[in-house]
Design a protein around this ligand. Structure first.
Ligand SMILES: NC(=O)c1ccc[n+]([C@@H]2O[C@H](COP(=O)([O-])OP(=O)(O)OC[C@H]3O[C@@H](n4cnc5c(N)ncnc54)[C@H](O)[C@@H]3O)[C@@H](O)[C@H]2O)c1
Length: 299
């Protein structure tokens, strides 16, 4: 809070006031954790990526939204204002990722943060005996191969500068088995492995590599699947169904929770954190309950 410095006669000292005012302003500026940083976020036209782009911009960053959805991506960039730029990018094409990274350099002369966030769900049959390998390859191309390509091209421009923060979106389904179809789950286990392997090399260059594992969030990604499973429910009920699977009383997992995790990992607050998987799940994957029957239910 700003306290005005009063002289004995009741007037305030202008230099002292100005000094205090400037100090207050600079405090606000240090709260902008990504001031003058440049971030490239894949899959930022909606959901987690969009929430993160918003958070990064509010913290002083310039953000390049790289997404396959051209119209939505452009609308998102417009909505986020002059510090957001859209570039069309299909992450399954290495040339598109390479172009997006080069765009960051030509537009802003640097790339500080690369967030490999784009991903797709997998609507495959649940049993391994029915595994659809063509679908497996498609999911891997986006959820895994594109993450490798994103890190490859980010490293290309970050290594010469000796600094950078690379993020990826994994999932709780890559922390424990049994929470999603095998193909999707395996793809997210791979992301967590990629982060550890890449961190081992890139630490020598001052580049940190981390991932975030979100719990279920009713973004378009999840709502599409939920609509197919529960076609008789309206979207409000579907959101409730998603939220009700969480274990933390009093809170639901929202895109902004992941954006907060991304802000931490991208910023200097996490300057000594690398190779880490930040699980944002309200404790869900930390425990299992032993559901013993009540004594009067056992003979
Ligand atoms: N929503 C959840 O419950 C949840 C939980 C854990 C992890 N995740 C992960 O979070 C990430 C973001 O998903 P979301 O929930 O925000 O969903 P979303 O559908 O809102 O966003 C995904 C974005 O990725 C883009 N995209 C898809 N394919 C692409 C491609 N080939 N090239 C470029 N962009 C592409 C889409 O256009 C979309 O804008 C994904 O990696 C997903 O696996 C989501």
């Amino acid at each position: 809070m700003l306290r005005i410095c009063l002289r004995k006669n009741g007037s305030y000292s202008r230099p002292l006031f100005a000094e205090r005012f400037n100090r207050l302003l600079s405090t606000h500026q240090t709260e902008r954790k990504l001031q003058d940083k440049v971030a490239l976020i894949t899959g930022a036209a909606s959901g987690i990526g969009k929430a993160t782009a918003t958070k990064f911009i509010n913290n002083g960053a310039k953000v390049i939204i790289a997404d396959i959805q051209q119209q939505l991506g452009q609308e998102t960039a417009k909505e986020l204002g002059p510090n957001a730029t859209f570039i069309t990018c299909d992450v399954t094409k290495e040339s598109d990722i390479s172009n997006a990274v080069d765009f960051a350099i030509s537009e802003y002369k640097q790339l500080d943060i690369m967030y490999n966030n784009a991903g797709i769900p997998c609507k495959s049959p649940p049993s391994i005996v029915n595994l659809d390998l063509a679908l497996f390859d498609k999911v891997m191309a986006i959820n895994v191969r594109a993450v490798m390509a994103g890190i490859k091209h980010a490293a290309r421009v970050m290594i010469p500068r000796g600094t950078g923060s690379i993020l990826c979106t994994a999932s709780v389904t890559g922390v424990m088995g049994g929470m999603a179809q095998h193909t999707y789950s395996v793809s997210k286990f791979a992301v967590i492995g990629i982060v550890k392997s890449m961190a081992s090399e890139l630490c020598k260059h001052g580049i940190r590599v981390n991932c975030i594992s979100p719990f279920a969030i009713p973004t378009p990604f999840v709502m599409g699947e939920m609509n197919q499973i529960y076609p008789h429910l309206d979207s409000r009920r579907l959101v409730d169904v998603v939220h009700n699977v969480g274990v933390l009383n009093g809170a639901n997992c929202e895109p902004n929770d992941i954006a907060n995790a991304a802000l931490y990992l991208a910023s200097d607050d996490a300057r000594y954190v690398s190779g880490h998987n930040l699980v944002v799940d309200g404790g869900f994957t930390s425990f299992k309950s032993l559901e013993f029957p009540a004594p009067d239910q056992v003979q």
